[in-house]
Design a binder for this molecule. Structure first.
Ligand code: GLN
Length: 494
């Protein structure tokens, strides 16, 4: 029999409903796996007592016929979501001892629907990064390895803990946040499904802010259907976030398995970037074939401003970050290093509390917003952002339903292999993902194939605003054609 923690969320939901096992047994199976997998460093906090208590209460509700849609399903939470009474650090020393007195809206939806919280999952510090290496808790290790090579690999970032934990069966599914690719890139690196919905679909209230006009909550799961289940609970209007939209949240599961016949799928010519590997090109073509075989129509499209997306993103995101992170001043939150006067205290606190990547971004962000440079950088980047959004509006106006691209330019890399000499090398990871956040669109990464050295690769589907359902339908076609990508070698528990 499959270990309980290896069931998909969909299977676990069924097993609980049928009384094949209890929520406490399911939770214990995860807690055991988490203990055996500490070498992966995916959790920043394990909340075993809370999990058992929540599971016992879920069992009681199942017994009395009051089960919610996620009743008894054990989940992990990215450490960017405020969780009441549980340390929430953004993986930064500056928030090391921060225990919120409130719960983020997204996680409160999960608990409302009966889910069980297993703990908090690691990320790059303040979600800034593509490899999880900037976390104050040290890097998360991917459960995947190259064939015949024990080099520890990154799970991607910034939501690397979520991706690793879902792939390694350390939670049934997890939350993530995505500002420029932080759900989709780690999903691609770990053979998991990751969806970032349309900006405004989920409330940002209680999520630690990185770049507010780009941040969105989303899901990591082992299957497209699992992602649909979780997305439905997380989404929805919240009066506490004025950018959340008041639109009905569909039952996304209905879209999983729906026909994609006649859907027009755009292949953007500008995403054939210089130096893209042959295997990524082939994967992309195979993905187009999978959708064509299911009855979709594949059309070539142009998104002419794509090449400006990465520089525009790294101006807008960093400008917003410098402003958002101004609140960590040693007075209202987290750590304080005393100084001779208040300015000295601020400076010492911030120098000690923020890691090098966060400091770099605050400095760049402050620079692009400063008098004399604002027009040249920030304002220009905002104009470019409008042009990028218009590129998408134009292709959607021509009847394109969704766009297919690779998620990443390469498979997962080794810990320490990228970005230590030149941060831009790491920023290039986001070349296919940042356009989506700049335009506020929904997008999903689905496992679609393997690299020559046996690592999972993902394809990205980009949808029309608030048409996540199209992504669930198309994602299922790819999952059916490519198969699932389970981690088979549980090397860390041997
Ligand atoms: N890698 C990108 C960055 O560092 C995206 C991060 C994210 O989506 N949070 O900004």
């Amino acid at each position: 029999m499959t270990a309980l923690n290896q069931l998909t969320l969909t299977q676990a939901r069924e097993g609980l409903a049928q009384g094949e096992f209890s929520a406490v047994e399911l939770t214990d199976s995860y807690l055991g796996a988490m203990e055996a997998a500490r070498a992966l460093n995916s959790y920043t906090a394990e909340t075993a007592d809370k999990a058992r208590d929540m599971a016992a209460r879920a069992d009681a509700r199942i017994a009395s016929g009051d089960a919610g849609p996620l009743e008894g399903l054990p989940l992990g939470v990215k450490d960017m979501f405020a969780t009441e009474g549980v340390a929430t650090t953004a993986c930064s020393n500056i928030l090391k001892n921060f225990v919120p007195t409130y719960e983020s809206t997204v996680t409160s939806h999960l608990w409302r629907d009966g889910a069980v919280m297993l703990g908090k999952l690691g990320n790059d510090e303040f979600a800034m990064g593509s490899s999880n290496e900037s976390s104050a808790f040290g890097p998360v290790v991917s459960p995947w390895r190259r064939e015949g090579d024990a080099t520890p690999l990154v799970p991607g970032g910034s939501s690397g803990g979520s991706a690793a934990a879902v792939a390694a069966y350390l939670c049934a599914a997890a939350t993530g946040t995505d500002t420029g690719g932080s759900i989709r890139q780690p999903a691609a690196f770990t053979g998991t499904v990751g969806i970032k919905p349309t900006y405004g679909r989920c409330s940002r209230w209680g999520i630690i802010a990185y770049a507010s006009s780009l941040d969105q909550a989303g899901v990591f799961a082992r299957t497209v259907n699992d992602a649909a289940i979780l997305m439905r609970s997380m989404a929805g209007h919240d009066p506490k976030d004025s950018t959340s939209v008041n639109l009905r949240v569909p039952d996304y599961e209905d879209a999983v398995g729906a026909s994609v016949r006649g859907k027009r799928i755009g292949i953007p010519r500008e995403y054939r970037v210089d130096g893209m590997s042959q295997e990524i090109c082939e994967l992309w073509e195979q993905g187009a074939d999978m959708l064509r075989d299911a009855g979709a129509e594949i059309v070539e499209i142009s998104l002419p401003h794509t090449k400006y997306a990465l520089p525009a993103y790294y101006i807008v995101a960093l400008a917003e970050a410098s402003s958002n992170l101004a609140r960590y001043d040693g007075v209202r939150y987290g750590e304080r290093v005393p100084g001779k006067d208040i300015i000295d205290m601020y400076e010492r606190t911030r120098a000690a509390g923020f890691g090098p990547e966060v400091r770099r971004r605050i400095m760049i962000g402050t620079y692009v917003l400063s008098a004399g440079y604002y027009d040249a950088y920030y304002l220009k980047a905002q104009k470019v952002r409008t042009l990028i959004k218009r590129d998408f509006d134009d292709v959607y106006a021509q009847g394109v339903d969704a766009i297919l691209t690779p998620t990443t330019p390469s498979p997962a890399f080794g810990i320490g292999e990228k970005g230590s000499g030149d941060p831009v090398e790491m920023y290039l990871q986001d070349v296919f993902t940042v356009t989506v956040n700049l335009a506020g669109l929904p997008a999903m990464s689905v496992p679609a194939g393997f690299s020559s050295d046996g690592l999972p690769l993902g394809l990205q589907l980009i949808g029309r605003p608030f048409q996540e359902e199209t992504l669930f339908s198309l994602g299922q076609v790819i999952e059916d054609a490519a198969g699932r990508f389970p981690v088979e070698d549980l090397w860390w528990s041997k």
